[in-house]
Ligand binder design. Structure first.
Ligand SMILES: Cc1cc2nc3c(=O)[nH]c(=O)nc-3n(C[C@H](O)[C@H](O)[C@H](O)COP(=O)(O)O)c2cc1C
Length: 454
């Protein structure tokens, strides 16, 4: 029997996806990203199709080339404007009943105390369907200017993220025990013995006192992570429950998934405790030729200036300032190291060409529905993946194509995990825990009073 895969949809609350400008394509409706109708339609579509979750990526900052934001960024709606993904998730709670709702949040820029409240509120109102993609913000250099906070280097951002996690675990797991709320009009509203002070005095954060919300159904939202640098993988193996990896060959993806599972093991977790999901894009045609033509339309619509500006946004590097034959191995960054390391054997000229059609996103598989379904199964089996994060090249048309033409083949082959019959927490559905709470092998569960007391 085929492996049963999990599915998420990658979306972004802005007109384009990171690093591309596809908003002019006639089938692109995400140029209306600031209308609630777009999000309602997308959420309903993927819930009905049986996806496990909808993921809203996020970034702070803007593209900066040689000290300024190039005009092309406004002309093409490249980096800005965007909306706050957590607020969109809130609006999608009543539109959906089973779909997991996941958003990115930055440990560099958020304040843990208010962030913990925002996520707990979403988890409470959705009945435990919330996930958080923990990022240290690869676009940090411009982002910190907006926030007026100091720049923190790449690896130190992960040290800071680890401390951020300590604070939010205290708030989500320790501050309010499960069952603290009694709401008994003849008795008491909450049991004082189950409400605890927390104390955190660290290098980056201080927090003392009581949590602002009671415990949510999942306590800690499902923790997603996508850092691919050595520091990022170490962090993911310790805290991540679902890990996003980029697209790649079977060999490349197997390398990523085994390195992440090794990190999980080092943290006393089972290799299968982390669910690995690869970003996946597809351009579907009824024939190979039609698919290639559709992909050429996407690639042709890109603008080389967009490529330079968006690469600078993610890495701080202005590739137009280097000779095209410069080896990428000579460049380094304090921003997203992955976006440099993935081209280690290439030149600047290669990257300008390769980045062109898909930016930081997944390089699409271009082909017929059968070819795409075959490739997904081959990647999942060969690279030990638990599922895919489908990233539409043209939103929502590419998602509609995938649902209409590829998903039925995967379902016929038994390769898609069945929908839960009853509403379930995202953690039970995606991670496979027996309750909505963090697994006992997860570092965050050690903060639970009810567990640590025994
Ligand atoms: C599928 C996927 C989704 C991602 N989503 C985000 C995101 O929403 N925001 C963000 O800042 N980085 C995002 N990233 C990037 C990573 O989280 C990470 O920040 C980046 O790779 C830089 O860290 P690193 O140098 O440790 O890899 C994503 C990566 C992948 C593969």
């Amino acid at each position: 029997m085929a492996k049963q895969l999990r599915l998420g949809l990658f979306e972004n609350a802005q007109a384009n996806d990171s690093g591309t400008a596809t908003w002019r394509h006639p089938d692109n409706k995400r140029y209306l990203f600031d209308s609630l109708d777009y999000w309602r339609g997308t959420a309903r579509m993927v819930e009905d199709a049986g996806f496990d979750f909808l993921f809203l990526a996020d970034a702070w900052g803007w593209a900066d080339v040689a000290g300024d934001r190039p005009e092309i960024c406004s002309v093409e709606g490249l980096d800005l404007p965007r909306l706050d993904p957590a607020i969109i998730l809130g609006a999608l709670i009543p539109e959906t009943s089973r779909l997991g709702l996941v958003a990115t949040g930055s440990t560099l820029l958020e304040a843990p105390y208010s962030f913990a409240r925002r996520m707990a509120t979403l988890d409470i109102l959705s009945g435990g369907r919330i996930g958080w993609n923990v990022v240290t913000t690869g676009t940090a250099d411009t982002a910190v200017q907006g926030f007026g906070v100091p720049m923190v280097g790449h690896d130190e951002r992960y040290v800071m993220a680890d401390e951020f996690m300590q604070v939010v675990y205290k708030l989500w797991e320790e501050a309010w025990e499960e069952g603290a709320l009694e709401r008994d009009k003849d008795g008491r509203f909450a049991d004082p013995a189950k409400v605890h002070r927390i104390a955190h005095e660290g290098t980056y954060f201080r927090s003392h006192g009581y949590g602002n919300t009671s415990r949510s159904p999942q306590g800690t939202p499902v923790l997603f992570q996508a850092g691919a640098s050595p520091a990022g993988r170490e962090f993911g193996g310790k805290h991540g429950e679902a890990i996003f990896v980029g697209s790649g060959s079977v060999e490349q993806l197997l390398g990523h998934s085994s390195a992440i599972r090794d990190e999980a093991e080092k943290n006393g977790r089972a290799r299968t405790d982390v669910k690995i999901m690869s970003a996946f894009a597809a351009v579907v045609g009824s024939t190979e030729e039609e698919a290639r033509r559709k992909y050429a339309e996407v690639a042709d619509a890109q603008n080389p200036e967009v490529t330079v500006a968006s690469y600078a946004w993610f890495t701080g590097l202005d590739l137009s300032a280097y000779a095209p034959d410069t080896p990428m191995s000579e460049l380094s960054t304090e921003l997203s190291q992955t976006q440099v390391a993935r081209f280690a054997d290439k030149t600047v000229g290669d990257v300008l060409g390769d980045w062109h059609a898909h930016g930081v996103g997944a390089r699409p598989i271009v082909g017929t529905p059968e070819q795409i379904a075959d490739r997904m199964i081959e990647l999942a089996d060969g690279a030990d993946l638990d599922g895919f994060l489908f990233a539409p090249t043209i939103p929502p048309a590419s998602t509609e194509d995938f649902i209409e033409h590829v998903l039925p083949i995967l379902k016929d082959r038994g390769a898609i995990a069945p929908q839960p019959e009853q509403p379930q927490s995202l953690r039970e559905r995606l991670i496979g825990t027996s309750t909505p709470a963090l697994a006992e092998t997860h570092i965050g569960s050690s903060y639970r009073k009810s567990l640590t007391r025994v």
